[in-house]
Design a protein around this ligand. Structure first.
Ligand SMILES: C[S@@+](CC[C@H](N)C(=O)[O-])C[C@H]1O[C@@H](n2cnc3c(N)ncnc32)[C@H](O)[C@@H]1O
Length: 211
């Protein structure tokens, strides 16, 4: 589910690592402090971990370096090939934020720059699923673009349009960027506590723990 953006990643896969290193001016602010953002997520994961939206494998690399038992899940064929080629000995599977190999032994669910590919209804469905598959005291650690309120979202779109960043503006309109109050409600309803921490002008850490 939430696989409607695959054509974008077909086009983006080969230049994705240039964008995260700041070489795509439109996305420079989105990826500001990229390495630190990935470290924030990886350093909090524990035990058996699932990463959604592995992409070119940059967060996956950090998770491996923390010696975590990690399964990667990636729905885009091109990204999947890149990640599998980079980590030939690791488990990286086709799947998505909702359709993934279920087991009840999972301690951490992580992702970076990925959760906004689900609608708010799908986000709710995902968190209900995560509650069931996570171990006692299991946690969800996501870094993603969210907004404090709808007005801030609209302002960021206007700013992007004024700067002539048409790709960024289109992306902000097309994908399912939500607000902190909405996401907080979804996560708490599913049985978690959650805290949010801002990591750059776009990205927040979303750290949810099972109650
Ligand atoms: C912006 S990239 C982020 C890649 C990597 N996590 C990083 O931080 O650099 C988003 C990734 O999420 C994947 N993706 C898109 N929709 C998804 C979904 N519904 N479930 C899981 N992954 C998804 C894309 O194919 C892509 O690899």
């Amino acid at each position: 589910m939430g696989r409607e953006f695959m054509n974008i990643f077909d086009e983006w896969a080969d230049s994705y690592n240039d964008a995260v290193s700041g070489q795509n001016i439109e996305y420079k602010e989105v990826f500001e402090h990229y390495e630190e953002i990935l470290d924030e997520v990886a350093s909090k994961a524990k035990g058996k971990t699932i990463e959604f939206g592995v992409g070119t494998g940059n967060l996956f690399d950090k998770l491996i370096n923390y010696n975590l038992d990690v399964i990667g899940v990636e729905p885009n064929e091109k990204m999947l090939q890149i990640a599998k080629h980079r980590f030939p000995d690791e488990q990286i599977l086709d799947g998505d934020l909702i359709n993934f190999p279920k087991s009840d032994q999972i301690d951490s669910i992580v992702s970076s720059y990925t959760f906004h590919h689900l609608t708010d209804n799908e986000k709710q469905e995902a968190f209900e699923l995560y509650y069931d598959v996570l171990s006692h005291q299991g946690q969800v650690i996501f870094a993603d673009t969210i907004f404090q309120d709808e007005e801030s979202h609209q302002k960021v779109i206007r700013d992007a349009e004024e700067k002539g960043y048409s790709n960024l503006a289109k992306d902000l309109l097309r994908e399912y960027y939500t607000t902190i109050p909405k996401l907080e409600h979804i996560i708490k309803q599913a049985g978690f506590t959650v805290r949010f921490k801002q990591l750059n002008n776009f990205v927040w850490l979303i750290h949810a723990r099972k109650l």
